[in-house]
Ligand binder design. Structure first.
Ligand code: NAD
Length: 502
């Protein structure tokens, strides 16, 4: 286990390459600070460069030769054990995560739990990894196909789910027989270290799993350029993801991209408004609005729009802002100064947009000790129209737009009228409306009478349009990212048989 840092003496962390904790070649480190109080240094993490990446990838390529031969059920047993270790350390890992990422404890416990769930789910897959047999078109011929590992997988992850997201990638990659080099997000490396440490302790052999910390432009770029990296799995912004897709195309790497969202809840005139209110508050201000599936738009039927906006503002202004380690607080800080500036910038854009009305929040919160962190009041704009920038662009903070709609068709048009397609939901008592919406909304995830957040690991996770490039993490579908299909034909006729000809 990576020892948690203390306030008095922050730990200096190392890279894990080839079964050893090693210093970065640069001998430079990046400070990891608590976004709720930047006076607290959580730890110092390697600012690695391409030399560290080259070494890790070469070792992972070597380790692949033996790891791919380890029977999948044996590989899975190690993952299962890592799950047991994480259960023991759940509270400690959650506290580490709140200190480096900011979200409130109940949510960081959820993040760790998601990694535990993924461990068990994927460990079970070690005894399945199903291929299939089928009938050949010629007599005395057998046809089947199976999943094969790919090789070295490079992983680049974001800061908002710093244990869950790496687990969605590392665990299926390992169970399929691949080896891994992961670059954690520079703002939240500790949680990824805690996951990797549990896996090491559970018995992952040297070289199979490596962690190289540092900046995207150095470590991430080096992973993209290394010829022995066969697959890159990325989660992050659409802007960076698009660039990663292009770099992978140039070197024939397999590439899976999970990117941004602009998620919406539709509220029909027959909805249970109290229930919808709970869903909107949780979706918009949970994780301080910094989830890829966060509710960023509420599309409300005109008959109930004013009433609902009023209910929303009343509740949102009473959410308690403060450090996530204090269980009384509802909303933690945003991740860093850059995010703070960007979100406040969007609030300013909202204020200036023609008709939008700011009905709650709208400022940085700086009272008392909050001034040492990056806190923004939960913010709601009403009377927003679908084409305004605040209704189109991913803000990734506690800012919500209320948009009026005429009917269900109009609501669906608004929900689909953005470049992203991750998550959406509808609140209605009418089953017909719910099913129409389910069919016509262009997102990878859809909820009925629930918020836009709350995915479970055994279902496919991902989005359409600019949210991704067609892959799904979670579910058994994730195995399609981390394995390649091999078709095998066995001809036992003893003569030449020609498909499509004989
Ligand atoms: P980001 O794109 O800034 O960074 C993501 C990762 O890419 C980081 O590890 C970063 O170091 C690395 N990176 C940055 N520049 C790079 C480069 N030039 N070359 C290689 N690597 C580079 O995203 P972020 O701010 O960490 O995360 C927020 C974004 O992630 C939001 O857009 C959010 O919607 C998205 N997200 C998507 C999902 C999903 O599953 N669809 C889940 C969580 C977050």
């Amino acid at each position: 286990m990576v020892k948690p840092a203390t306030k008095v003496r922050a730990e200096q962390y190392l890279n894990y390459i080839g079964g050893e904790w090693v210093a970065p070649k640069s001998d430079r480190y990046l400070d990891n600070r608590n976004p709720a109080d930047t006076r607290e240094l959580v730890g110092r993490f390697p600012a690695s460069n391409s030399e560290d990446v080259d070494r890790a990838v070469d070792i992972a390529a070597e380790a692949f030769r033996t790891w791919r031969k380890v029977p999948a059920p044996r590989r899975a047993e190690i993952l299962f054990k890592a799950g047991e270790i994480l259960i023991q350390r759940k509270e400690e890992c959650a506290r580490d995560m709140t200190r480096e990422m900011g979200k409130v404890l109940k949510e960081t416990r959820g993040d760790v739990q998601e990694a535990i769930d993924m461990t068990y789910f994927i460990a079970g897959e070690g005894r399945r990894l199903h291929g299939y047999t089928t009938k050949a078109e010629l007599p005395n011929k057998y046809a089947m196909c199976s999943r094969e590992p790919i090789g070295v997988c490079g992983m680049i992850t974001p800061w908002n789910f710093p244990m869950a997201i790496p687990s969605w990638k590392i665990l299926p990659a390992l169970v399929c027989g691949n080896t891994v080099v992961i670059k954690p997000a520079e703002y939240t490396p500790l949680s990824t270290y805690n996951l990797v440490s549990a896996l090491i302790e559970a018995g992952i052999p040297p070289g199979v799993l490596n962690i190289v910390a540092g900046r995207g432009v150095e470590v991430g770029k080096a992973l993209l350029e290394h010829s022995k990296v066969r697959l890159v799995s990325f989660t992050g912004s659409t802007e960076v993801g698009r660039m990663i897709g292009q770099a992978c195309a140039a070197t024939d790497k397999i590439c899976s991209l999970e990117m941004g969202g602009k998620n919406a809840i539709m509220i029909m005139d027959d909805a249970d408004l109290d229930l919808a209110l709970e869903g909107v508050l949780w979706g918009a201000f949970g994780t301080t609005g910094q989830r890829c599936t966060a509710t960023s738009r509420v599309v409300v039927h005109k008959k109930v729009a004013k009433k609902f906006a009023g209910m929303l503002a009343d509740r949102a202004k009473h959410l308690k802002l403060g450090p996530g380690l204090n269980e009384k607080n509802d909303v933690g800080p945003v991740i860093n100064e850059e995010a703070l500036e960007s979100i406040l910038g969007y609030i300013e854009i909202g204020r200036r947009e023609d008709k939008a009305r700011l009905i709650c929040g709208g400022h940085r919160a700086e009272k008392g000790d909050l001034k040492h962190g990056f806190f923004i009041e939960p913010t709601v704009f009403s009377e927003v129209t679908a084409q305004m920038r605040i209704a189109q662009e991913e803000i990734f903070g506690p800012v919500l737009s209320v948009i009026e709609c005429r009917d269900l068709d109009h609501a669906i048009e608004i929900v689909n009228g953005v470049k992203y397609g991750l998550s959406a939901s509808i609140y209605t008592q009418d089953t017909n409306r719910a099913f129409h919406a389910m069919e016509d909304v262009q997102t990878g995830i859809f909820y009925v009478n629930a918020s836009t957040i709350g995915a479970e690991v055994h279902l496919p996770f991902g989005g359409t349009k600019s949210t991704g490039n067609g892959h799904r993490e979670g579910g058994t579908q994730v195995l399609d990212i981390f394995s390649e299909w091999k078709a095998v034909y066995v001809d036992y006729s003893g003569k030449l048989q020609r498909a499509q000809i004989d």
